[in-house]
Design a protein around this ligand. Structure first.
Ligand code: PEP
Ligand code: MN
Length: 286
């Protein structure tokens, strides 16, 4: 891959970026970001925020600006939604990840957001990328619906080139001939990113599959593939969700998933320990 001056993994020190948001370190710990697709009301957001916090999530997600396929679908609450997210943060202590869709909104959305999300549809919105590159908020850069790894990393390059070094990549599924799932979650991209870039990468199995039954196994698979975290849509009352109802996870299912992730993490840690012990044993016998 040519001209990836700022996003490439250095062959000298192989140093990786760790993005710090309050006490959360993305790129060091496995991070879980959870919350509703959209901020619909104060009650819905705060109820959901409390539930995900209780289950052990590290950050809260929620869209106040919703880029929808249909202009007639719910477009988000805008500023009112951001104020609700601010209140949810005050109540739970969870840092907030929220989408920004317009370059003119970036500076004032920063007053409410701990992490600025660039959605899949805006991955190549270069004026938006340049704008988020100038502010001091980490950027969660989703992969475009039909983008290659090289195109995606070039978009991250736009942000880094403006001075903002805190970019987190997010695989959210790409469009293929398969229609059973909403998108095709490309988990092979996780070790691929690790091979070529120092940036952390998380996985969004909610948009990546669009199906509640597939989200849990894909969350576990994301961890096994080496992702730095996941971002999941959770709704306190999925049947009433105004956006992405079919993929909205109820809080009790989310809590059960968090337990499975913890079990898998300790399993993976044990495997790492075993590997280290075997290497030490071999070295001693040389
Ligand atoms: C979202 O996370 O709310 C969203 C709209 O995701 P994407 O841009 O990946 O479709
Ligand atoms: Mn959504």
């Amino acid at each position: 891959m040519k001209n990836l001056k700022l996003t490439s993994l250095s062959s000298d020190d192989r140093k990786r970026t760790v993005v710090t948001v309050d006490n959360v370190k993305i790129g060091e710990d496995f991070v879980v970001i959870a919350g509703p697709c959209s901020v619909e009301s104060e009650e819905q957001t705060i109820k959901t925020a409390r539930k995900v916090k209780e289950a052990g999530a590290n950050m809260l997600r929620g869209g106040a600006f919703k880029p929808r396929t249909s202009p007639y679908a719910f477009q988000g609450l805008g500023l009112q939604g951001l104020k609700i997210l601010e209140k949810a943060k005050r109540e739970t202590g969870l840092p907030v990840v929220t989408e920004v869709t317009d370059p003119r909104d970036v500076s004032w959305v920063c007053e409410y957001a701990d992490v600025l999300q660039i959605g899949a549809r805006n991955m190549q919105n270069f004026s938006l990328l340049k704008e988020v590159g100038k502010v001091d908020r980490p950027v969660l850069l989703k992969r475009g619906i039909n983008s290659t790894l090289e195109e995606w990393l070039n978009c991250a390059e736009y942000v880094l080139a403006e001075g903002n070094q805190n970019v987190i990549l997010c695989e959210r599924g790409i469009r293929t001939f398969e229609t059973y799932t909403r998108n095709t979650l490309d988990l092979g991209i996780v070790p691929s990113v690790k091979e070529v870039s120092h940036l952390p990468i998380i996985v969004d199995p909610s948009h990546g599959t669009g199906k509640l039954s597939v989200i849990e196994p894909m969350s576990l698979a994301a961890m096994a593939a080496g992702a730095d975290g996941i971002i999941i849509e959770v709704h306190c009352n999925p049947c009433e969700a105004l956006c992405d109802k079919d993929q909205a996870m109820p809080p009790d299912v989310f809590a059960a998933l968090m337990k499975k992730l913890a079990a898998l993490r300790s399993c993976m840690h044990e495997m790492d320990q075993d590997k280290k012990n075997i290497i030490v044993h071999r070295m001693k016998n040389i």
